[in-house]
Design a protein around this ligand. Sequence first.
Ligand code: HEM
Length: 318
Amino acid sequence: MAFNLAFLSSILIILSAFSPVITALSSNYYDKSCPNVEQIVSNAVKKAAANDRTVPAALLRMHFHDCFIRGCDASVLLNSKGSNQAEKDGPPNISLHAFYVIDNAKKQVEASCPGVVSCADILALAARDAVVQSGGPNWDVPKGRKDGRTSKATETRQLPAPTFNISQLQQSFSQRGLSLNDLVALSGGHTLGFSHCSSFQNRIHNFNATHDVDPSLQPSFAASLKNTCPINNRPKNAGATMDPSSTTFDNTYFKLILQGKSLFSSDQALLSLPKTKNLVTKFATSKEAFLDAFVNSMIKMSSITGGQEVRKDCRIVN
Ligand code: HEM
């Protein structure tokens, strides 16, 4: 037996020397090293959301943008430094906000258990809390992510654009190990939050050679978007909420897609394949089916890892 154990451990040592580092995440990762982390993060999100109702949507989108570039490694939280423009300053991320919520949570976590909890885990927890505190489902967040040391604005080009068609969306998700099922379920994140006019202007002005307005938009909805977002003289922060209940996590988004009242071409595109259209219909009909699928897909997306260290300050590499 002793021989077998010694043999086995030497095999493991040899194997680990040659295989890439695989970070296995686990729900109880901080149970001993930082037992209060979940409470601290949840309180920080609660406090910020009480002052500003746009915070939960911002945190959910921030986590998605983090995971899609170099994995969920908090690369989205790093500040630009010297000549390096960080992801934060890439065009799709200019509208991200509420970074201070993660800073506040990190400060309190560091006071309780210094050098233990990654910024990437704090962001994953905050995104879950944002959903829960908006009336959405709860789930155990697997933890143990590490923070990355690289963040480049140019890489934000890899984020899916609101003008994408279904094959572009499918490719963007499948490159990250995510399926069409995940694409439809995660797009349900658009039940929360706000969009600026620039993100849907392609649908309401000069849509194509024959139509000024995307014909798949419901006409009175299109008219109200045009009214909010005229082609000239548009107020700086003009835009529209993603759905009328934009601070409540529910399945309204899917009902709106079926009515031609979604904001982005990428939302409307979910009707262009039978498989994705069936999922939209299923989620519009059953809130439970959507919530179940959303939780599964969030766990999948937030398990794309990539970092190397536990940052001391979420804005700066160690
Ligand atoms: C499928 C591809 C996706 C595209 C093309 C896309 C695109 C966008 C765009 C253009 C905005 C508006 C930005 C602005 O004008 O300020 C937005 C907002 C938002 N997105 Fe997505 N998104 C996608 C997937 C997701 C996913 C997977 C999630 C989360 C699970 C998500 C969560 C959000 C949230 C919560 C907002 C509102 C943010 C706020 O109010 O601050 N999106 N998205």
